[in-house]
Design a protein around this ligand. Structure first.
Ligand SMILES: Cc1ncc(C[n+]2csc(CCOP(=O)(O)OP(=O)(O)O)c2C)c(N)n1
Ligand SMILES: [Mg+2]
Length: 416
């Protein structure tokens, strides 16, 4: 029987609790994910009346087809050189993830969160922004930093909470902060960054500035009231903001059907606010970039906000504290119908003659060396359990412009 249509006993109420299609031990089934042909979704003008594109909230914009060709009206926003750079960024992020996951298992840090399978989302999005624009990310958008040229060794220093940690051990590992790289401080309190993004964008407009903001949220976190409050402000004041929802199918062990509720898609959430709401193949680097560019242009031309749902799949565990085999079939990630973002971009570049298996292997080796070298350098400054760590003195600084007497006293007592 169709989801949500379960009849209740006459005269008795019953609660509808959505369930994922399959659980561990079952055969992965994504037959409910309707995937339009690559190139089949139209590309409206950026000043389109949102009322006329409501259907795009229920489709999936795709550029790369199964043969590795870039097709349709959303193709062509990047040169071959830019695509090769994009491939490199995604591979860097993947290699960085693998090393840091291992470092956590070796006790060099307490915690790590991977991007496996979702690399295209943050890496391609970053290339649609300009210097000065500000992201309000979650913990799963480190690609914004990597594609933005932020030094990887700094990210590692933060993860190790060592004496070169730019955040001085004050933040949970991976909760980076890099204002000059357009990366607002990651918060563990989910969804708070969405209202902040809209507020920052409104401030930019109030000041008649040219900079735009991007808010980021996961499928599960859209259930938070902050998400809805942010949409009200974005919609009313037409704030220059891009509202990104990364639907990676899971919120730890909770499947996306819980937060999605009855709206059909996460993109459809934007429709009630009159926002243009696009759904895009999150594993297609070209499609992500094209849609992000469309939304960035809308924001920068002061036309207003855009909501984008990235349809992707979290291949790895939620975090190093999670074991997905407890709640989903082990082979589910292999059955994900939108494939792997790195392989898809690689195949495209090979197909158009800009890349080869040989060059790919060379780049893999070069990236491995780069990441290992960065790790060695970071570890010279210490890891969680050995070597340098931030001074206790740092704990007292950077909060108040003028240190209040009680903190001065405590600092003296600590002898730092
Ligand atoms: C306000 C709040 N509620 C709950 C949590 C605990 N928590 C951390 S991550 C997470 C799942 C989030 O899932 P989703 O939004 O889909 O993002 P994803 O991890 O899949 O990228 C939860 C419930 C939290 N950190 N903050
Ligand atoms: Mg999720």
């Amino acid at each position: 029987m169709k989801d949500g249509m379960r009849p209740s006993l006459p005269g008795k109420l019953s609660l509808h609790v959505p369930e994922p299609e399959v659980r561990p031990g079952g055969r992965p089934d994504f037959s409910n994910v309707a995937i339009p042909k690559a190139g089949s979704v139209r590309r409206p003008e950026v000043d389109v009346d949102p009322e006329t594109i409501r259907d795009l909230a229920f489709s999936i914009i795709r550029v790369l087809n199964r043969e590795g060709e870039a097709v349709g009206p959303w193709a062509g926003t990047l040169t071959n050189e830019e695509l090769m750079e994009g491939l490199r960024h995604m591979m860097l992020l993947r290699a960085f993830d693998a090393r840091m996951l291992m470092a956590q298992r070796q006790g060099k840090t307490s915690f790590y969160m991977q991007h496996l399978g979702e690399e295209a989302v943050s890496c391609a999005f970053r290339k649609a922004l300009q210097p000065g624009d500000m992201n309000f990310p979650t913990y799963r958008q480190a690609g914004l930093l990597i594609a933005g040229g932020y030094p990887m060794v700094q990210m590692m220093n933060q993860i190790y909470s060592n004496d070169a940690d730019p955040l001085k051990g004050r933040q949970l590992p991976i909760m980076y902060s890099a204002r000059d790289h357009g990366f607002f401080t990651v918060s563990g309190n989910l969804a708070t960054q969405y209202v902040q993004a809209v507020g920052w964008a409104m401030a930019s407009a109030i000041k008649n500035d040219t900079r735009i903001a991007a808010g980021w949220i996961g499928d599960g976190s859209t259930a938070e009231s902050d998400f809805h409050a942010a949409l009200v402000f974005a919609s009313t004041y037409r704030a220059p903001v891009i509202l990104n929802v990364v639907n990676n199918q899971w919120a730890i062990s909770t499947f996306q059907g819980i937060a999605r509720g009855g709206s059909g898609t996460f993109a459809a959430r934007g429709l009630g606010f009159g926002l243009p709401s696009l759904r895009v193949d999150g594993n297609d680097y070209l499609a992500v970039h094209a849609v992000a560019k469309w939304a960035a242009e809308r924001a920068r031309r002061n036309i207003g906000p855009t909501l984008i749902e990235y349809v992707t799949y979290r291949v790895g565990a939620h975090s190093t504290s999670d074991d997905p085999s407890a709640y989903r079939p082990k082979e589910e990630s292999e059955a994900w119908p939108l494939g792997d973002p790195v392989i898809r971009l690689k195949n495209h570049l090979v197909r158009i003659g800009a890349w080869s298996e040989e060059r790919h292997s060379q780049m893999e080796a070069e990236i491995r060396d780069t990441v290992v070298a960065a790790q060695k350098e970071a570890e010279r400054h210490g890891t969680l359990h050995s070597g340098g760590r931030p001074s206790m003195r740092d704990m007292f600084e950077g909060v108040y412009a003028e240190m209040p007497p009680h903190l001065k006293r405590q600092r003296q007592q600590a002898g730092v």
